[in-house]
Unconditional design. Structure first.
Length: 277
């Protein structure tokens, strides 16, 4: 590649990066604008920066402060991570290593569920949880994760387990390990990259989830950060856009820090889990 093409390529890449980062920069900048400046000007930088938006968010959104909603989101996200890591790894081990009648059809049926839109099973799931008296609790958002309902993560781990040599299982059997012992002492330690990938994606998807939480959570006391954002928008009176943008920045901050901390593990997990080209 000639020097001129290198310069052109860098200019194009930097330009595309600026376009992609502009909405995020606008969000952060607007969170420091006073209420009179949020919708009255198109400038990126605030003319009179203020921290009142963040102060209002920490003082309270409705009846509760941002830390309350943050705790609800964290509780649901951590529960979903634990559920997916435990249940999906066990299901993947069964499909990837154990021999039982109907393994092929069951695995194919599981893969078909990946193509089902979430809205198809929404009403049956809601009816079930309503009959179990679990609506307006955290259980509908956490309990399915302990039942290996995310077929994508099961498939990811199955692909990883199939790359492990079966000689390891045979050696574990000679040492007196059964299926449970083999999974615990051999497969599970080697499954770490896929487990970390599952944990990262589950945390991000659950933290950003709005639709499922909107369906099952009704009381403001149980709201998560995505649901709490709607409290700033009032159809009857004036909407507080400044605090809403400030809370949006606070909601994005854990995701950014989480991704930066585990980015290396995410790349390693995808590269060793059968998803690479």
């Amino acid at each position: 590649m000639t020097p001129a093409r290198k310069v052109l390529w860098h200019v194009v890449v930097i330009g595309a990066l600026l376009v992609l980062l502009y909405p995020l920069g606008w969000l952060v900048s607007t969170s420091f604008k006073p209420a009179t400046e949020v919708l009255s000007t198109l400038s990126l930088l605030p003319r009179e920066p203020t921290g009142d938006n963040y102060a209002q968010v920490f003082d309270g959104v409705g009846e509760f402060g941002v830390l309350h909603y943050f705790g609800n989101s964290l509780l649901i996200s951590v529960g979903a991570v634990i559920g997916n890591v435990v249940s999906c790894s066990l299901a993947a081990y069964a499909f990837g290593r154990l021999h039982f009648r109907g393994r092929g059809p069951l695995f194919g049926f599981m893969m078909i569920t990946i193509m089902l839109p979430h809205h198809v099973v929404l009403i049956p799931q809601y009816v079930i949880f309503q009959q179990l008296d679990m609506v307006n609790t955290f259980w509908p958002l956490v309990l399915p994760k302990f039942l290996a309902t995310d077929a994508f993560f099961v498939f990811l781990m199955v692909q990883f387990i199939r790359t492990l040599p079966r000689e390891l299982d045979e050696a574990a059997t000679l040492d007196g390990c059964g299926p449970v012992g083999t999974f615990r002492h051999v497969i599970l330690p080697l499954l770490r990259p896929a487990l970390i990938t599952t944990a990262i994606f589950t945390f991000i998807w659950t933290w950003n989830d709005f639709f499922s939480q909107l369906i099952y959570l009704n009381d403001a006391e149980k709201f998560t950060l995505p649901l709490a954002l709607q409290l700033f928008v009032d159809q009857a009176t004036e909407s507080a856009f400044g605090p809403m943008f400030a809370m949006s920045v606070l909601a994005l901050l854990p995701i950014g820090l989480f991704f930066l901390a585990f980015q290396r593990f995410l790349v390693d997990g995808v590269a060793t889990s059968g998803l690479k080209g």
